[in-house]
Design a protein around this ligand. Structure first.
Ligand code: GLU
Length: 374
């Protein structure tokens, strides 16, 4: 039997409010009908819906919502309204929906990650549309994903999605800011999300608030690595979801990488917390990023943190830039003893037989600017 394709659709606040300061019901009805068409065509939509804070703000005085605690209050008020609205609109089609409120902490731990994945799998199996948001009311900054673009790429991984659709107020990524530069043109397809493209989207320094193109590129980069295609399109465009599926929408498509990663690697991609790090020399970085090699003790110049065998650690280059994450084969004390050593020296130093592989290739994923290397 052919597997039903899952499409994760991320709806930004600007899409759900139609640019106003409250949820726009006609816009939401429009999205519901489009989702039902998608279902009729044999796809399974999963929604990542923003709009909780906006809905909450509409319910109290509009001046409220500056401090974090006030925003959390608004999310607590608004999330109920948001899901109620989705539920009643989908009920017009007898379509059940489910609410999932996630934080980064729910994917950091492999057990919790698998648990969230099982819930989504069950919902899809029973033809229920999951509607996901960040658990803003209680999520502190340490455990927050922080923006629904990145959250949607994690959801796409959890749901084993085929496509990730980021609906926003722009039809896609432009060669320059179209609001200030009339010569800017839409980029229809992106293969490699490199640093110059990230800079085009505003660069890391301008990560103001949530949303924006920068976080969309981060999300697309995560999805791409997991073998998921990402499309940015304009949510206000009539029948935009249908158009995207037909390939006729004005949009930016980020092609998926071949060789979708197996389960454990997908989890590594979803950003689990790392217990420590190792810093590697140029040779080791080149070997893991260009030759598909494992990380060997010889290439490690420094380390930090207290980790046990099997923990997630960060692999960094000499500039402290993140290269990869992986499951480490030694604990931090052993690592300290074996760094810089050749394979023949390791058993002598440790006093027991051990290999020189610190992070095996099968337990490692390249990240950030190194993501597209192999
Ligand atoms: N979770 C937020 C909300 O529902 C939105 C965050 C975002 O759009 O990135 O209001």
């Amino acid at each position: 039997m052919k597997k039903t394709k899952v499409i994760v659709i991320k709806l930004g606040t600007s899409v759900l409010t139609a640019g106003t300061d409250k949820l726009n019901k006609p816009r939401m009805i429009d999205i519901v009908t489009q989702c039902m068409t998608l279902k009729q065509q044999g796809y399974q939509p999963v929604l990542v819906s923003s709009g909780a804070v906006a809905a909450g703000r509409d319910a109290v005085e509009h001046s409220v919502g500056v401090s974090i605690a006030e925003k959390q209050m608004l999310a607590a008020i608004g999330q109920g309204q948001l899901i109620h609205l989705w539920q009643s609109l989908f009920a017009l089609y007898d379509q059940p929906v489910a609410q999932l409120l996630l934080t980064r902490a729910d994917v950091e731990d492999r057990g919790r990650y698998l648990n969230a994945r099982d819930t989504i799998t069950q919902l899809l199996k029973h033809q229920v549309i999951p509607i996901v948001n960040e658990n803003d009311a209680v999520a502190t900054s340490e455990i927050k994903v922080g923006d629904n673009d990145n959250l949607s790429s994690l959801v796409a991984i959890l749901a084993n999605a085929d496509k990730l659709l980021l609906l926003t107020d722009q039809p896609g990524l432009f060669t320059a800011d179209p609001r200030s530069n009339p010569t800017a043109t839409l980029i229809s397809e992106v293969e490699q999300i490199d640093q110059s493209l990230m800079a085009l989207a505003g660069g890391a320094g301008s990560k103001l608030g949530t949303g924006g193109m920068y976080t969309k590129l981060e999300a697309a980069r995560t999805a791409q690595r997991a073998g998921i295609e990402t499309i940015i399109a304009k949510g206000a465009e009539p029948q935009v979801i249908e158009q995207v599926m037909a390939g006729t929408a004005q949009s930016t498509t980020f092609v998926r990488f071949d060789a979708p990663l197996e389960g454990r690697k997908k989890w590594l991609l979803s950003g689990p917390k790392s217990a420590g790090f190792v810093q590697c020399d140029i040779g080791a970085v080149a070997a893991i990023s260009h030759q598909g090699a494992s990380l060997l003790a010889k290439g490690i110049v420094a380390m930090g943190g207290e980790f046990a065998r099997g923990d997630v650690i960060e692999i960094r280059d000499l500039d402290d830039q993140l290269v990869a994450k992986g499951l480490v084969a030694f604990d931090h004390r052993e690592m300290d003893q074996i760094k810089r050593l050749h394979s023949s020296e390791i058993p002598l130093v440790l006093g027991y037989p051990a290999s020189n592989v610190v992070v095996h290739r099968d337990d490692l994923v390249l990240l950030d600017v190194y993501a597209g290397s192999v």
